[in-house]
Design a protein around this ligand. Structure first.
Ligand code: ATP
Ligand code: MG
Length: 421
């Protein structure tokens, strides 16, 4: 009988053997970041709710609909983090990293995020991201670097069916002009009240509306590319050139806006074509105004977050299996009480020597213990009974060939180390 509880709606457990793939994916995304000088950061899973409403934006879906908020017994208003950029910037500012270190401060993180969404394939209420932020520098090379690092991570995982979508959202000079033009256009359409309301508070988000009838009406809408100021245009062109020079294929997507209010200039999304409607495997962009929005100094920054859950689905869709470490090298099968003690000591010694080793527990007999050895995936079984031990021996059985050879106990660790090189 299973217990009377199950994981809350929209959440799932990550269990062996799949959990090994999860670790491998996180590691594969982290490796290029480490090589590019990004340092690891962890922040609390909950923060002052205002960090997100101010940082992510009052009018975003994340803040208006998706945030898990709570009031503590002490009366503090907190929220489970729906994303990590605001927290990472908060932490960097709090620790004065932008003053003591060279700019940009480069940080990466790995952790769970929480959004109250309608659960479906690739969309959960607790999900995982690995993300990177380069804080405090305005340089097209940083925008390009981050996009390249994400693409290299996906490639290193063996993924190929993904695309990079690229856009510029302008800056505080040119975006307000565009915003007004777009609003004028939207006011003339026949939109439902909710969408009209959105057009007033966050018109760019309307471009992102997935409904075909809305998309049809948007044909002929003014596009931000046509409104970019000279600086934004030059900046964007520079990013594009660097990407091209690094062999990164990208698609200009003038309607790409992303769901967070803090983005400026470069915005991008990584989409995978094997995932159906939840196709965004990652996204990010430049957020030059965020620091000031949360009370800090002007710190132009850029970053991304890649979704681990959807990356796993992408691997499945492409039929990629990541090499994961073997559960054990060696599995011990003791026959009798004395053998149990001797082999337990040998297993401990093997582990201390860097080999992975396990043993049949619970007083199993030969047959059940050999079955456990097979199931463990180990290369070798160590079998010993009283007669072997009296001669100072154990039987080393190669589980793939079935060959069995006696090995003296005092050279066992050395012998196995050599065989498993
Ligand atoms: P979407 O448009 O699919 O809702 P988003 O724009 O809200 O994505 P971001 O906030 O930019 O996503 O987060 C970056 C990545 O995190 C996404 O590309 C996706 O891979 C992942 N992600 C976001 N929300 C979820 C979720 N609810 N469940 C699983 N993964 C998610
Ligand atoms: Mg979303």
């Amino acid at each position: 009988m299973s217990s009377s509880f199950s994981a809350p709606k929209g959440t799932y457990d990550i269990l062996p053997p799949d959990s090994a793939t999860v670790l491998a994916v996180r590691e594969a995304i982290a490796a290029p970041l480490r090589r590019a000088g990004y340092g690891y950061i962890e922040t609390p899973v909950f923060e002052d709710v205002n960090l997100f409403s101010r940082g992510v934006g009052e009018s975003t879906d994340i803040v208006t609909k998706e945030m898990y908020t709570l009031i503590t017994k002490g009366g503090d208003q907190l929220a489970l983090r729906p994303e990590a950029t605001a927290s990472v910037l908060r932490a960097a500012l709090q620790a004065n990293l932008h003053r003591v270190g060279n700019l940009p401060v480069k940080l990466w993180y790995s952790g769970s995020q929480y959004r109250y969404e309608r659960p479906q394939a690739g969309r959960y209420r607790q999900f995982w991201q690995v993300g990177a932020e380069a804080i405090g520098a305005e340089d097209p090379a940083l925008d390009a670097e981050l996009i390249i690092l994400a693409v290299d991570a996906y490639r290193s995982l063996g993924l190929s069916n993904f695309r990079v979508l690229l856009n510029s959202l302008g800056d505080k000079q040119c975006r307000p002009v565009y915003r007004a033009a777009l609003q004028d256009f939207l006011r003339g359409l026949e939109l439902d009240p909710e969408t009209l309301r959105r057009a007033e508070i966050n018109p760019l988000r309307v471009l992102d509306d997935k409904r075909p009838d809305v998309q049809k009406q948007l044909v002929g809408a003014p596009m931000l590319v046509d409104f970019l100021c000279e600086e934004c245009k030059a900046y964007h062109e520079h990013v594009r050139e660097l990407l091209t020079a690094s062999g990164i294929a990208f698609e200009d997507d003038p309607k790409l806006v992303r769901g967070l209010d803090y983005y400026t200039r470069t915005t991008f999304e990584f989409v995978h074509d094997g995932l159906g409607s939840q196709s965004a495997v990652g996204g990010g962009g430049r957020y030059d105004g965020l620091s000031e929005m949360i009370g800090g100094p002007a710190l132009p920054s850029v970053g991304w977050a890649l979704g681990i859950d959807r990356t796993l689905l992408a691997l499945q869709a492409e039929g990629v299996e990541l090499p994961t470490p073997n559960a054990s090298d060696v599995f011990a099968v003791p026959l009798g009480e004395q053998a149990r003690r001797v082999l337990f000591a040998q297993v401990t010694e093997l582990r201390r020597n860097g080999l992975s080793a396990d043993i049949a527990y619970g007083g199993k007999g030969l047959k059940a213990a050999m079955k456990a050895a097979d199931r463990s995936g180990a290369r070798y079984a160590l079998v010993a009974g009283e007669r072997d031990l009296a001669e100072g021996l154990v039987q080393l059985k190669d589980l793939s060939t079935g060959d069995q050879t006696p090995v003296a106990l005092d050279v066992l660790v050395a012998t196995l180390k050599e065989k498993l090189q």
